[in-house]
Design a protein around this ligand. Structure first.
Ligand SMILES: [Zn+2]
Length: 398
């Protein structure tokens, strides 16, 4: 049975952690100097592992195997959320690299550009799957500083490079390892998660139009208070959604604003940013219909309420054969300590699943914490997870 080199695995992870280090975490915005440095670092590691390494025209990093026959594609992403964790993305890339070394052929490795959405949505993996037109790249700007993607790519020396797309027939499929970013594994005392499906999401901006007026002189009966309309709708969602939701359905009002937002002014306008997620298309449809019903009811009040759809991602089922390979490997290395589970977070595997078989494996996150610099996983779980991953990859290749 192929054995990983646990010292080499942890050394790679710690080297990568040092690039853009922030407290105990990492700050590597997409195409920041630290992010570019991490991509070049990976190219060297891939080359040393015997892969043909390249960075393509959208900063995806690839390491290609020269072995004959079909390959298994492994990987995740290198950039991070702001001042965030050291393992989100990085772990899956290094697992891929270690697997390529241990299995010695048949493994391609990818670090997808901008899974974290600094410039858009899954630009790197979507580009590889043929879903990104040049116009989208031309229009993309980095969240926060507004730097155009084309400028950032040019500054990284990538201007004019072709974007690599999937070669039909080359890959058996895509397998991604990732930290869980939740607490399910830890709470259950489990060490490996086998992802059944990645949730789909629907995102909305809901706008409430009322009438701005004096908070002292405007009688309650005459008010068109956009803030009240907003809180009523938010309350109605909390009342109604649980009767439609499954156990792991989630919905979130992530941001609320009142305009003008002043103590002595009745708000004339309000906005809430709302989303819900589930793995079942029927549940997403039912929640969508319920939201429309609640908004229609809200419009019977004094304010005009409009929902603007800002994003939709489809749920992605993971390949049953890939799930079985991970489960068989987990049963050997962590008997009784693994579970099948959905992923509540989005990942590149959901994009790749559109063009090839895809699978995902989770390792525990200490305290369920992620998207924070204190994100961590024990060395023991990092090592065990990589061994399970390598064996699953070997089984899929054989
Ligand atoms: Zn990630």
């Amino acid at each position: 049975m192929p054995q990983i080199d646990s010292g080499r695995l942890l050394k790679d992870l710690y080297e990568l952690r040092a690039i853009g280090a922030y407290r105990t975490g990492v700050h590597r915005p997409a195409l920041s100097p630290e992010d570019i440095q991490s991509r070049r670092w990976l190219v060297e590691k891939m080359s040393a592992a015997g892969l043909r390494a390249e960075i393509d025209g959208i900063a995806n990093v690839f390491g290609w195997s020269a072995a004959p026959g079909r390959k298994l594609l492994l990987g995740s992403h290198l950039e991070t959320q702001p001042h965030s964790g050291w393992l989100d993305g990085a772990m899956g890339v290094i697992y891929g690299l270690e697997t390529a070394r241990v299995l010695g052929g048949g493994i391609d490795v990818a670090a997808w550009f901008d899974e974290e959405g600094w410039f858009g949505s899954f630009l790197g993996s979507r580009s590889f799957c043929g879903q990104v037109a040049d116009a989208e790249i031309g229009a993309a700007r980095r969240r926060g500083d507004g730097v155009p993607l084309t400028e950032a790519l040019a500054a990284a020396g990538l201007a004019g490079r072709p974007r690599v797309q999937a070669e039909p027939g080359r890959h058996i499929g895509f397998l991604e390892a990732h930290i869980e970013q939740g607490a399910e594994l830890e709470l259950a005392g489990d060490r490996i998660g086998i992802v059944t499906a990645i949730v789909g999401s629907r995102r909305f901006r809901i706008v409430f139009e009322g009438a701005q007026n004096h908070a002292g002189t405007t009688r309650m009966a005459r008010r068109k208070d956009a803030g009240v309309a907003l809180t009523r709708l938010a309350g109605a969602i909390e009342d109604r959604f649980p009767s439609i939701a499954h156990e792991r359905t989630v919905w979130t009002t992530g941001s609320i604003s009142l305009d003008p937002g002043s103590p002595s002014i009745v708000p004339g306008r309000a906005e809430m940013v709302f989303q819900f997620r589930d793995t079942e298309p029927a549940i997403l449809e039912a929640l969508d219909a319920e939201l429309a019903t609640l908004i229609a009811a809200a419009n019977l009040g004094p304010c005009a309420v409009t929902a603007i759809r800002t994003g939709t991602t489809a749920p992605a089922a993971m390949d049953p054969g890939f799930q079985a390979a991970i489960a068989a490997s987990a049963a050997r290395h962590a008997p009784g300590k693994f579970q099948h589970m959905p992923s509540g977070a989005g990942h590149d595997a959901q994009i790749l699943s559109g063009i090839m078989s895809a699978g995902m494996m989770f390792v525990p996150s200490i305290g369920g914490i992620s998207h924070h610099y204190s994100e961590d996983t024990s060395d023991g779980d990092l090592v065990l997870g990589c061994q399970v991953f390598v064996d699953a990859a070997a089984a899929l290749l054989s």
